[in-house]
Design a protein around this ligand. Structure first.
Ligand SMILES: Nc1ncnc2c1ncn2[C@@H]1O[C@H](COP(=O)(O)OP(=O)(O)OP(=O)(O)O)[C@@H](O)[C@H]1O
Ligand SMILES: [Mg+2]
Length: 262
Protein backbone atom coordinates (compact mmCIF):
# COMPACT_ATOMS: atom_id res chain seq x y z
CA UNK A 1 0.00 0.00 0.00
CA UNK A 2 1.35 3.45 -0.89
CA UNK A 3 2.06 5.76 2.00
CA UNK A 4 0.43 9.08 1.14
CA UNK A 5 1.49 12.23 2.97
CA UNK A 6 -1.53 14.08 1.58
CA UNK A 7 -4.92 12.51 0.96
CA UNK A 8 -7.68 14.79 -0.30
CA UNK A 9 -11.28 13.70 -0.67
CA UNK A 10 -14.23 15.61 -2.13
CA UNK A 11 -12.64 19.04 -1.70
CA UNK A 12 -14.64 22.05 -2.84
CA UNK A 13 -13.93 25.77 -2.84
CA UNK A 14 -16.10 28.36 -4.55
CA UNK A 15 -15.28 32.04 -4.69
CA UNK A 16 -18.07 34.54 -5.12
CA UNK A 17 -17.21 37.61 -7.12
CA UNK A 18 -19.47 40.64 -7.40
CA UNK A 19 -18.91 43.09 -10.20
CA UNK A 20 -18.83 46.61 -8.81
CA UNK A 21 -21.13 48.39 -11.21
CA UNK A 22 -23.79 45.87 -12.21
CA UNK A 23 -23.59 43.92 -8.88
CA UNK A 24 -23.70 40.78 -10.98
CA UNK A 25 -22.69 37.73 -8.91
CA UNK A 26 -20.26 35.25 -10.40
CA UNK A 27 -19.37 31.87 -8.89
CA UNK A 28 -15.83 30.65 -9.44
CA UNK A 29 -15.40 26.96 -8.84
CA UNK A 30 -11.71 26.97 -7.91
CA UNK A 31 -11.79 23.41 -6.49
CA UNK A 32 -14.46 20.97 -7.57
CA UNK A 33 -14.71 17.62 -5.87
CA UNK A 34 -10.93 17.27 -5.79
CA UNK A 35 -9.54 13.85 -4.85
CA UNK A 36 -5.76 13.63 -4.68
CA UNK A 37 -3.16 11.32 -3.16
CA UNK A 38 0.39 12.59 -2.86
CA UNK A 39 2.83 9.76 -2.08
CA UNK A 40 5.33 10.48 0.68
CA UNK A 41 8.72 11.63 -0.58
CA UNK A 42 7.50 12.16 -4.16
CA UNK A 43 8.07 15.15 -6.41
CA UNK A 44 4.42 15.72 -7.35
CA UNK A 45 3.51 18.03 -10.19
CA UNK A 46 0.30 20.03 -10.52
CA UNK A 47 -0.17 21.49 -13.95
CA UNK A 48 -3.00 23.47 -15.51
CA UNK A 49 -3.84 26.64 -17.37
CA UNK A 50 -4.03 29.96 -15.61
CA UNK A 51 -7.02 30.24 -13.29
CA UNK A 52 -7.54 26.46 -13.14
CA UNK A 53 -7.21 26.44 -9.33
CA UNK A 54 -3.62 25.28 -8.73
CA UNK A 55 -2.65 27.97 -6.22
CA UNK A 56 -6.04 27.63 -4.52
CA UNK A 57 -5.46 23.91 -4.07
CA UNK A 58 -1.97 24.57 -2.66
CA UNK A 59 -3.38 27.12 -0.22
CA UNK A 60 -6.18 24.76 0.82
CA UNK A 61 -3.63 22.04 1.65
CA UNK A 62 -1.64 24.55 3.71
CA UNK A 63 -4.91 25.74 5.33
CA UNK A 64 -4.13 29.30 4.25
CA UNK A 65 -7.72 29.36 3.01
CA UNK A 66 -10.76 27.43 4.20
CA UNK A 67 -12.49 24.81 2.06
CA UNK A 68 -16.29 24.77 1.65
CA UNK A 69 -16.37 21.00 2.07
CA UNK A 70 -14.20 17.90 1.84
CA UNK A 71 -11.26 16.54 3.80
CA UNK A 72 -7.51 16.99 3.66
CA UNK A 73 -5.56 14.36 5.54
CA UNK A 74 -1.99 15.50 6.08
CA UNK A 75 0.31 12.87 7.52
CA UNK A 76 -2.67 11.13 9.12
CA UNK A 77 -4.26 14.32 10.51
CA UNK A 78 -7.46 15.81 9.06
CA UNK A 79 -6.31 19.43 8.87
CA UNK A 80 -9.78 20.65 7.90
CA UNK A 81 -10.91 19.84 11.44
CA UNK A 82 -8.10 21.63 13.25
CA UNK A 83 -8.52 24.99 14.99
CA UNK A 84 -6.31 27.90 13.87
CA UNK A 85 -4.28 27.39 17.04
CA UNK A 86 -3.65 23.72 16.23
CA UNK A 87 -2.81 24.69 12.65
CA UNK A 88 -0.16 27.11 13.90
CA UNK A 89 1.40 24.28 15.87
CA UNK A 90 1.77 21.99 12.86
CA UNK A 91 2.51 24.79 10.34
CA UNK A 92 6.30 24.13 10.26
CA UNK A 93 5.48 20.73 8.74
CA UNK A 94 4.24 22.39 5.57
CA UNK A 95 6.11 25.21 3.93
CA UNK A 96 5.61 27.14 0.73
CA UNK A 97 7.72 29.02 -1.76
CA UNK A 98 5.98 31.44 -4.07
CA UNK A 99 6.39 32.81 -7.55
CA UNK A 100 7.33 36.30 -6.28
CA UNK A 101 9.56 35.71 -3.28
CA UNK A 102 10.50 39.39 -3.15
CA UNK A 103 7.03 40.31 -1.95
CA UNK A 104 7.05 37.54 0.64
CA UNK A 105 10.23 38.76 2.37
CA UNK A 106 10.36 41.57 4.92
CA UNK A 107 12.56 44.23 3.24
CA UNK A 108 13.80 45.49 6.63
CA UNK A 109 15.29 42.17 7.71
CA UNK A 110 18.74 40.87 6.89
CA UNK A 111 19.11 37.43 5.34
CA UNK A 112 20.30 36.00 8.67
CA UNK A 113 17.04 37.16 10.28
CA UNK A 114 14.86 36.08 7.39
CA UNK A 115 16.24 32.55 7.63
CA UNK A 116 16.96 32.52 11.36
CA UNK A 117 13.81 34.02 12.89
CA UNK A 118 11.40 31.22 11.93
CA UNK A 119 13.87 28.66 13.31
CA UNK A 120 14.34 30.66 16.53
CA UNK A 121 10.57 30.94 16.95
CA UNK A 122 9.59 27.37 16.07
CA UNK A 123 12.50 25.36 17.37
CA UNK A 124 13.22 27.55 20.42
CA UNK A 125 16.97 27.47 19.82
CA UNK A 126 19.54 29.82 21.36
CA UNK A 127 21.22 32.51 19.21
CA UNK A 128 24.45 30.57 18.68
CA UNK A 129 22.64 27.46 17.41
CA UNK A 130 20.38 29.58 15.17
CA UNK A 131 23.40 31.34 13.66
CA UNK A 132 25.13 28.03 13.02
CA UNK A 133 22.01 26.69 11.34
CA UNK A 134 21.68 29.84 9.17
CA UNK A 135 25.24 29.40 7.84
CA UNK A 136 24.62 25.70 7.24
CA UNK A 137 21.44 26.52 5.28
CA UNK A 138 23.16 29.27 3.25
CA UNK A 139 25.77 26.73 2.26
CA UNK A 140 23.07 24.19 1.39
CA UNK A 141 21.37 26.61 -1.01
CA UNK A 142 24.76 27.63 -2.40
CA UNK A 143 24.89 31.21 -1.10
CA UNK A 144 28.05 32.66 0.41
CA UNK A 145 28.25 33.27 4.16
CA UNK A 146 28.64 37.05 3.75
CA UNK A 147 25.12 37.22 2.32
CA UNK A 148 23.83 36.67 5.86
CA UNK A 149 24.24 40.42 6.35
CA UNK A 150 22.45 41.46 3.15
CA UNK A 151 18.95 42.93 2.86
CA UNK A 152 16.53 41.62 0.17
CA UNK A 153 17.10 44.66 -2.10
CA UNK A 154 20.80 43.75 -2.32
CA UNK A 155 20.02 40.31 -3.77
CA UNK A 156 19.20 39.14 -7.30
CA UNK A 157 15.93 37.31 -8.04
CA UNK A 158 17.70 33.95 -8.02
CA UNK A 159 19.44 34.71 -4.71
CA UNK A 160 16.14 35.75 -3.16
CA UNK A 161 14.54 32.50 -4.22
CA UNK A 162 17.48 30.64 -2.62
CA UNK A 163 16.88 32.56 0.62
CA UNK A 164 13.20 31.58 0.45
CA UNK A 165 14.14 27.94 -0.02
CA UNK A 166 16.58 28.08 2.90
CA UNK A 167 13.93 29.75 5.05
CA UNK A 168 11.39 27.05 4.21
CA UNK A 169 13.78 24.12 4.63
CA UNK A 170 15.11 25.50 7.92
CA UNK A 171 11.88 24.34 9.52
CA UNK A 172 12.41 20.79 8.21
CA UNK A 173 9.01 20.55 6.55
CA UNK A 174 7.42 17.29 5.52
CA UNK A 175 5.76 18.99 2.57
CA UNK A 176 7.09 21.85 0.47
CA UNK A 177 4.60 23.52 -1.85
CA UNK A 178 6.57 25.22 -4.65
CA UNK A 179 4.10 27.46 -6.47
CA UNK A 180 5.69 28.35 -9.82
CA UNK A 181 9.02 28.98 -8.08
CA UNK A 182 10.93 29.94 -11.23
CA UNK A 183 8.25 31.62 -13.35
CA UNK A 184 9.26 35.16 -12.37
CA UNK A 185 12.99 34.48 -12.76
CA UNK A 186 15.21 35.23 -15.68
CA UNK A 187 15.33 32.24 -18.02
CA UNK A 188 19.11 31.94 -17.56
CA UNK A 189 18.82 31.20 -13.83
CA UNK A 190 15.69 29.05 -13.83
CA UNK A 191 17.72 25.91 -14.44
CA UNK A 192 20.00 26.64 -11.46
CA UNK A 193 17.08 26.95 -9.05
CA UNK A 194 15.40 23.82 -10.43
CA UNK A 195 18.64 21.86 -10.11
CA UNK A 196 19.04 23.13 -6.56
CA UNK A 197 15.55 21.86 -5.70
CA UNK A 198 16.32 18.46 -7.19
CA UNK A 199 19.62 18.33 -5.30
CA UNK A 200 18.00 19.27 -1.98
CA UNK A 201 15.30 16.69 -2.54
CA UNK A 202 17.98 14.02 -2.97
CA UNK A 203 19.72 14.97 0.27
CA UNK A 204 16.71 15.45 2.51
CA UNK A 205 13.46 13.63 3.14
CA UNK A 206 10.45 15.70 2.18
CA UNK A 207 7.64 15.73 -0.34
CA UNK A 208 7.30 18.46 -2.97
CA UNK A 209 4.08 19.67 -4.53
CA UNK A 210 5.39 21.49 -7.56
CA UNK A 211 2.90 23.83 -9.24
CA UNK A 212 3.54 24.98 -12.78
CA UNK A 213 2.37 25.12 -16.33
CA UNK A 214 5.53 24.40 -18.28
CA UNK A 215 5.52 20.77 -19.34
CA UNK A 216 9.26 20.74 -20.04
CA UNK A 217 9.93 21.68 -16.45
CA UNK A 218 7.34 19.24 -15.13
CA UNK A 219 8.95 16.42 -17.08
CA UNK A 220 12.38 17.26 -15.69
CA UNK A 221 11.28 17.61 -12.09
CA UNK A 222 8.30 15.41 -11.28
CA UNK A 223 7.60 11.71 -10.69
CA UNK A 224 3.82 12.04 -10.81
CA UNK A 225 1.53 14.64 -12.34
CA UNK A 226 -2.02 15.79 -11.90
CA UNK A 227 -3.69 17.99 -14.46
CA UNK A 228 -6.18 20.63 -13.31
CA UNK A 229 -8.84 22.15 -15.50
CA UNK A 230 -11.44 24.60 -14.22
CA UNK A 231 -11.07 23.49 -10.61
CA UNK A 232 -11.12 19.77 -11.34
CA UNK A 233 -8.34 17.22 -11.39
CA UNK A 234 -8.96 15.79 -14.84
CA UNK A 235 -6.16 13.24 -14.89
CA UNK A 236 -3.31 11.93 -12.79
CA UNK A 237 -0.50 9.53 -13.51
CA UNK A 238 3.21 9.07 -13.92
CA UNK A 239 4.86 11.73 -16.07
CA UNK A 240 5.50 9.08 -18.71
CA UNK A 241 1.87 7.96 -18.71
CA UNK A 242 0.56 11.51 -19.07
CA UNK A 243 3.00 12.33 -21.86
CA UNK A 244 2.49 9.12 -23.81
CA UNK A 245 -1.25 8.72 -23.44
CA UNK A 246 -2.99 11.93 -22.39
CA UNK A 247 -6.75 11.41 -22.10
CA UNK A 248 -8.26 14.84 -21.34
CA UNK A 249 -8.58 17.41 -24.12
CA UNK A 250 -6.60 20.02 -22.20
CA UNK A 251 -3.73 17.59 -21.51
CA UNK A 252 -3.73 16.57 -25.18
CA UNK A 253 -3.41 20.22 -26.14
CA UNK A 254 -0.60 20.78 -23.64
CA UNK A 255 1.32 17.74 -24.83
CA UNK A 256 0.90 18.64 -28.50
CA UNK A 257 2.10 22.20 -27.80
CA UNK A 258 5.13 20.75 -26.09
CA UNK A 259 6.09 18.95 -29.31
CA UNK A 260 5.69 22.14 -31.33
CA UNK A 261 8.01 24.04 -28.99
CA UNK A 262 10.61 21.20 -28.94
N1 LIG B 1 -9.50 35.17 -2.95
C1 LIG B 1 -10.13 35.05 -4.10
N2 LIG B 1 -11.30 35.66 -4.34
C2 LIG B 1 -11.97 35.52 -5.50
N3 LIG B 1 -11.55 34.73 -6.51
C3 LIG B 1 -10.39 34.08 -6.34
C4 LIG B 1 -9.62 34.20 -5.13
N4 LIG B 1 -8.49 33.41 -5.25
C5 LIG B 1 -8.57 32.86 -6.48
N5 LIG B 1 -9.69 33.24 -7.12
C6 LIG B 1 -10.13 32.80 -8.45
O1 LIG B 1 -10.13 31.37 -8.47
C7 LIG B 1 -9.67 30.87 -9.73
C8 LIG B 1 -8.46 29.98 -9.50
O2 LIG B 1 -7.36 30.79 -9.10
P1 LIG B 1 -5.92 30.22 -8.82
O3 LIG B 1 -5.08 31.36 -8.40
O4 LIG B 1 -6.03 29.07 -7.88
O5 LIG B 1 -5.48 29.71 -10.29
P2 LIG B 1 -4.07 29.16 -10.78
O6 LIG B 1 -4.33 27.87 -11.46
O7 LIG B 1 -3.09 29.17 -9.66
O8 LIG B 1 -3.69 30.25 -11.89
P3 LIG B 1 -2.23 30.80 -12.33
O9 LIG B 1 -1.62 29.74 -13.22
O10 LIG B 1 -2.54 32.06 -13.08
O11 LIG B 1 -1.42 31.05 -11.09
C9 LIG B 1 -9.37 32.09 -10.57
O12 LIG B 1 -10.50 32.35 -11.38
C10 LIG B 1 -9.18 33.21 -9.55
O13 LIG B 1 -9.49 34.47 -10.10
MG1 LIG C 1 -1.28 30.20 -9.33
Amino acid sequence: MTDNIVKIRGLNKTFIRKTLITRHVEYIYAARNVNLDIPRDSFYGLVGETGSGKTTLGKLILRLIEPDSGSIIFDGIDVTRLSQREIRRIRPMFQVIFQNPQSALNPKQRVKQLIGNPIRFQKKLDSKSVEKEVFRLLDEVQLSAEMAEYFPHQLSGGQIQRVEIARALGLKPKLLVADEPVTSLDASIRGHILNLLLQLKKNREFTVLFIGHDLHIMEKMCDILSVMYKGEIVESGSVKQIFNAPTHKYTKKLVSMRYISD
